[in-house]
Design a protein around this ligand. Structure first.
Ligand SMILES: C[S@@+](CC[C@H](N)C(=O)[O-])C[C@H]1O[C@@H](n2cnc3c(N)ncnc32)[C@H](O)[C@@H]1O
Length: 271
């Protein structure tokens, strides 16, 4: 299946999908996502045949996915009538991993080309809707039922938005629902500023468009928004417990560099 249909930032779904596919091959995976392995094989049958093809160096991305899953599960356990907005979903199989009850309505949103690819690769299910749109064109929000708790998950998305668009997105979601939880991840200002030289982002023809040194301060964007907490990624105990020795060594070295420990911040808000 050709990946050339995806352009620019849409291609960033591929390294995270590969990380999840490879995690599933560990004897004791962090995420254990069989969909990721199957979809990665369909998308790029030789993905593990090339140099570094089976390297687990991207495993930290899987820690981020697991963290978002764990937060989502605990929110849905307390709000079985929730609406889920999974924004910038890529080819992530979160709805199948979490498998919410039929009382939850789940929306996966990404650019039309990504959603088209999803339709070909992942099964449909009840109470599950795909929306092909830029997240910044907020007319998609008019399609979502109101008056219910909302869970907004944006994994690996916010750094690609401008601060103005990120702010409009968060405040519009808070304005549209009575209560909810917002889970995002952000990068610091230095990572945003240097992203135009980041080899991976350059390869995909994209870059970050915003960064925050104190993501908790985003709660100040809306009077009803409240910062809850942050969960570790590069220095997470699960990564150190489950990653192969070479990956643990690389992360230990990486953590010696100033700023790397918090080069991605996974944060949660409520309102
Ligand atoms: C790094 S990938 C993460 C994908 C997925 N969340 C995951 O963790 O596997 C970023 C995703 O955000 C999507 N994206 C970036 N900007 C977007 C926008 N303005 N509207 C909709 N999707 C966007 C990309 O198409 C891509 O699928």
């Amino acid at each position: 299946m050709k990946q050339t249909e995806l352009v620019g930032v849409q291609k960033t779904l591929s390294p995270v999908l590969k990380a999840k596919a490879l995690d599933n091959r560990l004897p004791d995976p962090i995420l254990g996502d069989e969909h990721a392995e199957r979809v990665m094989r369909l998308l790029d049958p030789g993905y593990d045949q090339r140099r570094f093809g089976t390297s687990q160096l991207g495993l930290a991305a899987v820690v981020r996915t697991k963290a978002h899953d764990d937060w989502a599960r605990s929110f849905l356990a307390g709000h079985p009538d929730a609406v889920v907005l999974h924004l910038g979903c890529g080819l992530d199989a979160r709805v199948y991993r979490i498998d919410p009850p039929a009382t939850v309505d789940w929306y996966d949103l990404d650019y039309p080309a990504v959603i088209e690819l999803r339709r070909r690769l992942l099964p449909e299910r009840e109470h599950y809707t795909l929306i092909g749109s830029s997240v910044t064109d907020l007319t998609w929000l008019e399609r979502i039922p109101r008056g219910r708790p909302v869970l907004m998950i944006a994994e690996g998305l916010v750094p690609y938005l401008t601060e103005t668009d990120a702010r409009r997105l968060l405040t519009s979601v808070v304005d549209a629902f009575p209560t909810g939880q917002i889970q995002i991840d952000t990068v610091p200002v230095w990572a945003w500023r240097t992203s135009k030289w980041d080899p991976t982002l350059r390869k995909y023809g994209t870059r970050f468009n915003c960064g925050f040194n104190d993501p908790a301060a985003l709660a100040g964007w809306h009077p009803r928004l409240e910062y809850v907490d942050e969960t570790p990624m590069y220095d997470s105990p699960v990564l150190m417990a489950k990653a192969p020795a070479n990956v643990r060594r690389m992360h230990r070295l990486m953590l010696l560099l100033p700023g790397m420990r918090r080069s991605t911040r996974i944060v949660r808000f409520r309102f």
